[in-house]
Design a protein around this ligand. Structure first.
Ligand code: DX5
Ligand code: ZN
Length: 231
């Protein structure tokens, strides 16, 4: 089963970059071998913070060919799927806590030609996504409370990542298992060991020093952890 897992990927979160100079943030991450970009959309309702909408996604789309992973921390994802898809989003990730009918959100995003991810807050149990597990392209386990970058990784989510790994290996091995929040060269190791394949990194890429060097350290940590990944 493990052979069909997706390759390990790093996705810098532009929320931690300088919004006045996103073009450089994108260029630097590409130079450092970034595999995708993660864009955090917050509505001031599902989460207390407000960030940006489709127009910023469109501006980023114009600057890179890498896949854009759109993390919708918004209360009514169904209403906005089309706008984020037209703006250039490749994967539309919605929160299971925002809907009683995740199957409809998954189907609608697929009908728009997007990949679909389903996200869980740290305290949301894995069984909440059971009914759509086979149909998604990504499961995103939050390792901080959604809303802000720069928070500390919550090790209490590691058993949930392991459980998601086992469920995906059984039922949907080609889907990404994404971890988001507080990923650093230290925390990436246990996250990779638990079976994550897609690593969202904000502050550890853009918060200090060289973006290229930071991505290099993150990549070696991910590879180190994955060598001992759960079978
Ligand atoms: C938090 C966001 C994360 C965040 C990651 O709500 O979903 O993507 O920006 O930033 P770091 O890596 O700094 O926790
Ligand atoms: Zn995110």
């Amino acid at each position: 089963m493990a052979a069909t897992r997706r390759p390990l990927r790093l996705a810098p979160s532009l929320l931690s970059a300088d919004f006045a100079d996103l073009a450089s943030a994108i260029r630097e991450a590409e130079r450092g071998g970034s595999d995708a970009f993660h864009l955090d959309v917050m509505d001031g309702h599902f989460v207390p913070n407000i960030t940006f909408g489709p127009s910023l996604v469109r501006a980023v789309r114009a600057r890179t060919r890498l896949p854009l992973d759109i993390h919708l921390m918004i209360s009514d994802p169904l209403r906005y799927l089309r706008s984020f898809r037209s703006a250039g989003g490749d994967t539309l990730v919605f929160h299971v806590e925002t809907t009683d009918d995740p199957a409809t959100v998954v189907r609608s995003a697929h009908e728009l030609g997007a990949e679909v991810g389903i996200a869980l807050r740290p305290d949301t149990p894995l069984d909440r996504i059971d009914s759509v597990l086979e149909r998604v392209d990504q499961v995103l386990v939050m390792s901080v409370q959604p809303g802000f970058s720069g928070q500390a990784f919550l090790p209490s989510v590691l058993p949930k990542i392991e459980a998601a790994r086992r469920a995906l290996d059984d039922r949907n091995p080609g889907a990404d298992l994404s971890v988001d929040g507080g990923i650093t060269p230290e925390t990436a190791v246990p996250a990779a060991r638990a079976g994550a394949t897609f690593f969202v990194c904000g502050n550890s890429v853009y918060g200090h020093g060289s973006v290229v060097e930071n991505l290099r350290s993150l990549r070696s940590a991910v590879l180190r952890g994955s060598r001992h990944a759960v079978p």
